[in-house]
Structures are given as structure tokens and as C-alpha cells.
Design a protein around this ligand. Structure first.
Ligand SMILES: NC(=O)c1ccc[n+]([C@@H]2O[C@H](COP(=O)([O-])OP(=O)(O)OC[C@H]3O[C@@H](n4cnc5c(N)ncnc54)[C@H](OP(=O)(O)O)[C@@H]3O)[C@@H](O)[C@H]2O)c1
Length: 245
């Protein structure tokens, strides 16, 4: 039985992907801060899903992550889906720090621990570290500076570990999933967003990218086109663009 650990599985994409993998017959270890939400998801597939309460910003997160790996019976795939983000043109200090603690420090903590797990286990089958980053990392977004730059950090951390894995001959692959807007709790429910996707549309695309071990997957093809165009805009022009999302 293949084993996947999903950090950030109490709602949105992580919750949906967890139940989909359990239905496919995977053994699934899920974590987040909201224990009752995790329990509801576990109850859907009690034979396949195990839970652990983890706050990725807390110093006990790595120990709890190791416990979850053990209770899941090992790990073949890690999916990091935890994340917070705000549109914050006032650069509120609390929001800024929370975003960086979750998306940068928490991310690095868990991804590094997963890397060390795969390095230590010397699996016959290749391990996989997947993370949901974002199209927001493509260019600096003025309306969400902390979020946008935290997602760039995530992408760069995966790139760096890929090089380290080659050097250290660690049998692991990396999957960087970059979605555009998806209707989940992360977004402000009162706002309208361009090219907004449903979880029903996005989740199968993400699962497919994981199962095919895609290195980078922009979700979906329309967003792949938009981000390719964004990349062509030099910063001296980009700064004039008002992306009031
Ligand atoms: N929705 C979009 O438009 C969109 C677009 C691009 C990328 N993404 C990325 O997709 C990922 C999943 O987000 P989502 O859209 O599914 O939103 P969501 O429903 O809000 O899910 C976020 C998940 O992160 C967990 N989380 C937040 N803080 C945490 C912490 N300190 N420790 C552990 N877990 C924590 C939440 O669980 P608890 O609150 O229970 O801890 C929840 O399970 C995020 O990384 C997000 O940046 C989303």
C-alpha cells in the first residue's frame, strides 16, 4: 500500500486530495491545527487515514511530523498543502509575520524533515516531496507582498534541495504545484477573482501532477499561459500594473 502524508489537510485542497488518495487505496497521514476537522476526514476512510495535530509554526512540528510518518507506516510521498495568505496593502505586521512563519519557516521545517527522512530510509522506491506553491510567486504582487514572496521562497527551497539530493544521491523527486485562484477558505468569499477554479476542477489536476511526478505543474493551462506572459514583462513595466484582485 502506498503512503502519502498531507500537511494542511483539514480544509480546501489538502482535505479533498486526502480523501481522493484514500479512495484510491493509499494509506494517508493527514495533519493541520484543527483536530475536529481532521477527525471528520478520517471518519470517511477510517481504515486508510491517520491523523496528527500539527501547527507548522510550532517547534514541536517536526517531532509530530515524525510521529505521523510512523503511525502511517512510513512515507512515499509528502504533500505540503498548509498555507495562509492575505491581500494586505497596509503591510500589517501581524499578517506579515504570520504569513512568513507559516509559509516560510513552517514550510522549511517540514520539507527539510521530509528530505532527511528520504535520505535516511534509502527506499527501493523513489520518495517524492510535493508542495502547493502558487502562481503568486511568478512576479512580486503588490497587493499580497508577504504571500507572493513566501511562495517564491518555497519554489527556491525545492530547487535547492533538488540540487542537494543530486549531490548527496538521495533517491527523491520534487513536485512544485502552482495553482491560480481556487475557491477555498484561503480566498476572501466576498470578492470575485479572475479565472477562478473550483476544487472539483483543480484537485484532479494536482493529483495527476503528483502521480506523474511532474517537476512543475501550473494549475490550470489558462494560468500556465498567463504566468508565461507575466514572466515576459520587465519589472520597470510590471510596477505600473494594478492587479487589484
Ligand atoms: N485557493 C487558492 O486560490 C490557492 C492558489 C494558489 C495556491 N494555494 C495554496 O494551496 C494551499 C492550500 O490552500 P487552500 O486553498 O486549500 O486553503 P485552505 O482551505 O485555507 O487550506 C489551508 C490549510 O493549511 C492549514 N494550515 C494553515 N496554517 C497552518 C499551520 N500553522 N500549521 C498547519 N497547518 C496550517 C489549514 O489547516 P488548519 O487551519 O486546521 O491548521 C488548512 O488545512 C496553500 O498553500 C495555498 O497557499 C491556494
Amino acid at each position: 500500500m502506498k503512503r502519502i502524508i498531507i500537511i494542511g489537510a483539514s480544509s480546501g485542497l489538502g482535505a479533498r486530495i486526502a480523501t481522493d488518495f484514500a479512495r484510491r487505496g493509499f494509506r494517508v497521514g493527514i495533519a493541520a491545527r484543527r483536530a475536529p476537522r481532521l477527525e471528520e476526514i478520517r471518519n470517511l476512510y477510517p481504515d486508510n487515514i491517520v491523523t496528527e495535530t500539527i501547527d507548522v509554526t510550532a517547534t514541536d512540528a517536526t517531532a509530530r511530523f515524525r510521529t505521523l510518518i510512523e503511525n502511517t507506516g512510513g512515507m512515499d510521498i509528502l504533500l505540503y498543502a498548509s498555507g495562509i495568505g492575505f491581500q494586505d496593502t497596509e503591510l500589517n505586521e501581524g499578517k506579515l509575520i504570520n504569513t512568513l512563519e507559516t509559509n516560510v519557516i513552517g514550510f522549511a521545517r517540514i520539507i527539510a524533515e521530509a528530505y532527511k527522512y528520504f535520505r535516511a530510509t534509502a527506499n527501493v522506491t523513489k520518495g517524492q516531496i510535493a508542495a502547493i506553491t502558487s502562481v503568486a510567486a511568478t512576479k512580486g504582487l503588490g497587493v499580497a507582498a508577504a504571500y507572493s514572496s513566501s511562495k517564491r521562497f518555497q519554489q527556491m527551497f525545492l530547487n535547492s534541495l533538488e540540487q542537494l539530493a543530486y549531490r548527496q544521491r538521495v533517491n527523491v523527486s520534487f513536485t512544485d504545484i502552482r495553482p491560480g485562484f481556487i475557491r477555498t477558505d484561503l480566498l476572501d468569499a466576498s470578492k470575485s477573482y479572475p479565472m477562478l477554479m473550483s476544487v472539483d476542477h483543480a484537485a484532479p489536476l494536482i493529483e495527476n501532477a503528483i502521480l506523474r511526478r511532474r517537476r512543475v505543474a501550473v494549475i490550470d493551462s489558462r494560468w500556465a499561459l498567463v504566468t508565461a506572459l507575466w514572466r515576459m514583462i520587465p519589472q520597470r513595466l510590471w510596477r505600473h500594473i494594478n492587479l487589484d484582485l
